[in-house]
Design a protein around this ligand. Structure first.
Ligand code: BGP
Length: 468
């Protein structure tokens, strides 16, 4: 029998400023670290992206036509504050007012993220969030936006603090490209969580109407052999790095004993220390019950084996299946040869992992208020044939994930919406324009949009709330 989703469910599409807007030097936008990092290290740049800076009326008209009722988008911090602080760029402010106005005109609720990987260059060069001054600048920027944009009712502080720490300091595929520095990973996680907590407190103290929350990427981590205690410990440690550390900070307002022991074990093997100030813990504690929602981005799960050796990560950037390698000293090693399908980029497709993660939040963090699935989708090398894309694999992927969302709701988890990544095709941070996710195919040369088969399927779903 077909499964259903609630009548008041949000059916959205997700985007992010840097991956969608293009116009990286237009109307006074300040630089971000990615501008140069992409030029130096990759075969593409953020120009033209999906030219959302100019095409947003087209994308929002399509969203309305296809019955969506939500869009995730982010504000580019450096359009508002070109240096990250100080002088405000009025043209940037005007752009976002116009964008939100268009969303509301089209009956699409904007869910607005303040930071989606794109710290202004000047602050990034001084250490990004490892430098505590960036925390203050972020909080000022957040306070400015809350006041300036009363038309926004759904705010997210950060998108994916976990992958930021991982990308910037562990894998090195995000600027500044540092590898295997676990102490920096945890310090970045922690400092960003403090910035989140302080922004949430400001929002609530001022009594703004609407909701505020945070978006975490939460891949489930399973032991390769669940009867092997060493594999189980490896999976726990991976879970601490990517999930538990951040969930504790967000929803417990402190780090649990198991989390701190895990961090200690990892840093003992890898060297380095992290600093947690007393004041930081008060900030986390003060904000823990103020989050209106937790956003979950879910794409994959991982199977982990015990591992005794040096760290080595091979990033599959071109989508050649089997190219990935992921082993971290003192933590574990990912095993890709398990009986689970995976994408060309070696992302393990496992809807049950989303169900398990939702049930885990309910059990371990029972004070959470509500959950939105803020990203989920399938990266694919889509082919445009006769003005459309027959993306049945994407439909299957989304269907299977929505089915477990429906199961989790039945089993008592309060999930209120789902945003497919992505609304229209955008480029991938570390895989370029070849990895597409959109409901709408973007011809990046002409910037024309073409609805894919999945767009028609999603429209039906958003209309009837029945997963078919
Ligand atoms: C998430 C990011 C998105 C998006 C997505 C797909 O981590 O929040 O911005 O990029 O993953 O990832 P990728 O583009 O690497 O395939």
């Amino acid at each position: 029998m077909s499964k259903r989703l609630p009548e008041d469910f949000i059916f959205g599409g997700a985007t992010a400023a840097y991956q969608a807007e293009g116009a990286t030097h237009t109307d006074g936008k300040g630089p971000v670290a990615w501008d140069k990092f992409l030029e130096d290290n990759y075969w593409y740049t953020a120009e033209p992206a999906s030219d959302f800076y100019h095409q947003y009326p087209v994308d929002l008209a399509l969203a309305e036509e296809f019955n969506l009722n939500g869009i995730r988008l982010s504000i580019a911090w450096s359009r508002i504050f070109p240096r990250g602080f100080g002088q405000v760029n009025q043209k940037g402010v005007d752009f976002y007012h116009a964008l939100f106005k268009e969303c509301l005109k089209r009956h699409i609720q904007p869910f607005v993220t303040l930071h989606h990987f794109d710290t202004p260059e000047e602050l990034h060069a001084k250490g990004d969030f490892l430098n505590r001054e960036t925390i203050d600048h972020f909080v000022d920027y957040a306070a400015f936006c809350f006041k300036e944009f009363p038309e926004v009712k759904y705010w997210t502080s950060f998108n994916e603090i976990g992958p930021i720490g991982e990308g910037q300091y562990l894998i090195g595929k995000f600027p500044p490209g540092i590898k295997y520095d676990l102490a920096k990973v945890f310090q970045s996680h922690h400092n960003m969580m403090v910035a989140h907590a302080r922004a949430v407190k400001i929002f609530k103290d001022a009594g703004y109407p609407g909701e505020i929350g945070i978006v975490h990427a939460l891949p489930s981590k399973y032991p390769f052999d669940k009867n092997n205690p060493a594999d189980c410990r490896a999976a726990e440690l991976e879970d601490i790095i990517h999930n538990k550390f951040l969930l504790d900070a967000s929803l417990l307002g402190r780090y649990s004993q198991e989390t701190l022991e895990g961090v200690e074990e990892i840093l003992l093997a890898n060297g380095g220390e992290m600093t947690i100030l007393e004041a930081d813990l008060s900030d986390l504690e003060a904000a823990k019950d103020l989050n209106d929602f937790l956003g979950i981005n879910y794409y994959m799960s991982d199977w982990i084996r015990a591992f005794d050796g040096e760290s080595q990560i091979g990033h599959n950037d071109k989508g050649e299946k089997g190219d990935s390698k992921y082993q971290i000293k003192g933590v574990g090693q990912r095993e890709f040869e398990v009986d689970v399908p995976r994408t060309d980029w070696d992302w393990m497709i496992y809807p049950q992992g989303l169900y398990d993660q939702l049930m885990r939040i309910k059990k371990d963090y029972p004070d959470y208020k509500k959950i939105y699935i803020t990203e989920n989708g399938l990266g694919y090398k889509d082919k445009l044939v006769e003005e459309t894309v027959m993306d049945d694999a994407r439909i299957d992927y989304v269907r299977q994930h929505l089915e477990v969302v429906s199961d989790a709701i039945r089993d008592g988890v309060n999930v209120k919406g789902y945003f497919i990544w992505s609304l229209m095709d955008v480029f991938s941070w570390s895989n370029g324009y070849e990895k597409r996710y959109g409901l709408f195919y973007v011809d990046f040369e002409t910037q024309k949009r073409y609805p894919k088969k999945s767009a028609y399927w999603y429209k039906e779903l958003a209309t009837n709330k029945i997963i078919q």
